[in-house]
Design a protein around this ligand. Structure first.
Ligand code: ACM
Length: 521
């Protein structure tokens, strides 16, 4: 089973949950029962004799006990979520005609934030594919989908009163093929966006699977698509939605109109997404365009590096007025994170430690362990090899809690997330290839205990991959890429780990300067 349960005790033999089996369930578990019926090939009509779903408040809220006796199976969860997770375990046991072994599985997650980020800005993903992505994540007992909705290369959410965001900002006329160093383009238009109804459908589908969708609208940088649609939001630049990867210098200005734009967007986002946390990005925001900006004198700001903290404070108090909290990348630690912010710590391992020590709640997603766009092997057949080498074994070895934290500091670590950046993932099939089976290993890192046994994981992975085959997942075979997985027209730019660590060192100089007391606003 993946992720590995907390404990298993088997007594020998199994219970045949056959076509005649019936399904009984406690009040409030009808929807979970429906999900189970959807997922397994048994009719399970209502009634006693076979499988019973129950609430048992002695289990942790997301925990469950799955007890199999000669006369039937009882799945008891601490809440409907716990029963749902037990049902995912049962799905795996029943796969391919399997039978639940007599005995007892007791299980509960290690972390409350078991996330995966999907970048639908670099490549748009149609709604049915997003739903499938959620279903697969939930099958692995993940419970957060961080949806990266906007970036320089595309704006993917329709916002009332700002029609050009989707008329203009959702489309680019060409897309870079491969890493930036090659400067190749495909010459093909690409785009798409979600209506409010699309997003509500995604939220509802996720909620039925106990997945919270945390939306992110990146600001005040990574915003070129919005400025392309509304040049008055920028700093004198006008031009198209970005076609190349990398970071745009075309960022937001601080006019009243730009601020009311951001508030309109966030209010609309809050009307769709019930998540307490709302992502405002905040990563990689160049200040070039703010040098000499009239906004500085008008707002009484000493220099361009004061702009983002000023802006973030305003967005944070706006979100607070709507009862929400900021979710943002770790650059916010030195660019104005309110104390209530939750930090997505991505620039290598250091920001997780710094954020936790400063008292911020933090979600660990160090790129060198959690960025699933990074290459899976050095096989020349890997599609668009970028980033550092991040093998299945590397992801499996990841521990969200850095070794040097005290227990009090570590308690700030809510969990972790794997980030699926889609610059080089032009289709849902490519997303599958880059995501699986590494997300299986990641699921163990966030659900199961801190012990690791890679050979034992691989043994459990083998039948799990057959299950993924049945679900139609285009995962990367353990033996390496198939000929059709290569993407020779989109060459990569692989990096070594020492080079990347040196680069991260430079990138996080701000954190080391502020290590003792992070600037809070
Ligand atoms: C990021 O990778 N820019 C968060």
């Amino acid at each position: 089973m993946i992720p590995r349960p907390t404990s298993e005790q088997f007594t020998g033999g199994s219970f045949a949950l056959g076509p005649g089996a019936r399904l009984a369930f406690d009040e409030g578990l009808g929807a979970v029962a429906d999900r189970l019926r959807d997922a397994i090939s048994l009719p399970l009509p209502p009634g006693d004799g076979g499988l019973r779903l129950a609430i048992d408040r002695s289990q942790p809220p997301e925990g469950y006990a799955l007890s199999t006796a000669p006369h039937g199976v009882v799945l008891a969860g601490g809440s409907p979520a716990g029963v749902f997770y037990g049902a995912q375990t049962l799905r795996q046991l029943l796969f391919d005609g399997g039978e639940p072994p007599l005995g007892r599985i007791v299980d509960a997650p290690r972390f409350r934030w078991r996330g995966v980020m999907l970048d639908v800005a670099r490549h748009f993903m149609p709604v049915p594919d997003v739903l499938r992505f959620i279903d697969l994540a939930a099958f692995h007992k993940l419970n957060v989908l961080h949806l990266h909705l906007t970036d320089d290369q595309g704006w993917r959410i329709e916002v009332p009163g700002w029609e050009r965001l989707t008329e203009v900002g959702a489309w680019r006329s060409s897309t870079m093929l491969g890493a930036r160093v090659h400067a190749r383009y495909d010459g093909q238009p690409h785009g798409g966006y979600y209506t409010a109804d699309d997003l509500r459908r995604i939220v509802a589908y996720a909620a039925e699977r106990f997945v919270t969708v945390v939306p992110e609208v990146d600001m005040p940088g990574h915003l070129q698509a919005a400025v392309a649609a509304y040049p008055e939001l920028g700093n004198g630049w006008s031009g198209p939605v970005r076609q190349s990867w990398g970071i745009s210098t075309h960022v937001l200005n601080m006019s009243d109109r730009a601020l009311s734009f951001c508030r309109d967007v966030l209010a609309h986002v809050c009307s769709i997404f019930p998540s307490e946390l709302i992502g405002i990005g905040g990563d990689e925001c160049p200040v070039d365009e703010w040098v000499g900006s009239p906004d500085l004198a008008r707002l009484g700001l000493a220099g361009p590096s004061d702009v983002q903290p000023w802006f973030t404070a305003r967005m944070a108090s706006f979100l607070a007025s709507l009862g929400r909290r900021v979710y943002g990348w770790d650059e916010l630690l030195t660019r104005g994170a309110p104390p209530s912010a939750v930090i997505a710590a991505w620039r290598g391992p250091l920001p997780t430690t710094v954020a936790a020590r400063a008292g911020y709640d933090v979600v660990a997603c160090p790129d060198i362990s959690c960025y699933l766009d990074y290459r899976q092997s050095d096989d020349p057949g890997e599609p668009t090899p970028v980033g550092t080498l991040l093998t299945l074994a590397d992801v499996y070895a990841f521990d969200p809690i850095p070794p040097d934290l005290t227990a009090t500091e570590a308690a700030h670590i809510q969990g972790a997330q794997a980030n699926v950046w889609t610059e080089h993932m032009e289709s849902p099939r490519r997303v599958d290839y880059m995501t699986y089976p590494r997300l299986c290993a990641f699921a163990e890192a966030v659900w199961s205990g801190p012990e690791r046994d890679y050979p034992a994981f691989l043994e459990r992975l083998e039948p799990h991959l057959r299950h993924l085959d049945t679900l139609g997942v285009n995962y990367r075979p353990l033996s390496g890429p198939r000929p059709g997985d290569a993407r020779p027209g989109a060459p990569g730019n692989p990096r070594t780990l020492p080079d990347r660590l040196a680069e991260l060192d430079e990138m996080t100089a701000d954190l080391r300067l502020h290590q003792i007391r992070v600037r809070q606003i």
